[in-house]
Design a protein around this ligand. Sequence first.
Ligand code: TMP
Length: 213
Amino acid sequence: MAQKACLITLEGLDGAGKSTHIDWISEFLRSAGVPLLCTREPGGTPLGEELRSMLLAHPMHLETETLLMFAARSEHLHTVIRPTLARGQWVLCDRFTDASFAYQGGGRGLGAARIGVLEHWLHPDLDPVRTYLFDVPLEVARERLKANRELDRIEREDAGFFERTRAAYLDRVRSDPQRFRVIDSSQSIARIREDLEQDLRALVAAHGPGAPS
Ligand code: TMP
């Protein structure tokens, strides 16, 4: 019997390389026998995906942006994340509340306290068991992004925005070092996978199928 279904989240600046590893992480967990749902924020529900399209396209006030991120998260928590965890299935979520602390709290300058109020409202009792923060120097992230495709509204922000966003992510790590693993995303893919594999194995041993009750 699984001990505890885990919420695992992936974070990082746009262009930090997290999407390169999502499929690999989910394959690894599934092949270890972990029942898993992969999802993302903003998004993960029909309403959340509509809110995502608006968030990434329309200019809006910072408070509106923050509240829409949390509105999408509320729907996601109520209809997907909590019911899935309650069934004993793990959830791998591409971004979660740390992204609001980093982007709206840090990048946009709203501050951590206001985000903390919304976090406390929505999920005072639920934190990811593990968060992988894919971290690269800003210039590397910017180069990777530009090479990819047309940028959305948030990706088009200036270097100062992403410096503040990265600093806010690193503040989150300092405030909860047990939960975070910072992945140096400028390393080779093979090296990153070695690091991920070691940590995922430990998580599965502690919480996965066959873990001691
Ligand atoms: P993605 O492209 O990694 O899926 O992320 C979509 C964008 O949304 C990305 O630029 C980060 C941003 N974002 C926020 O600004 N606040 C949030 O709370 C979340 C979840 C994402």
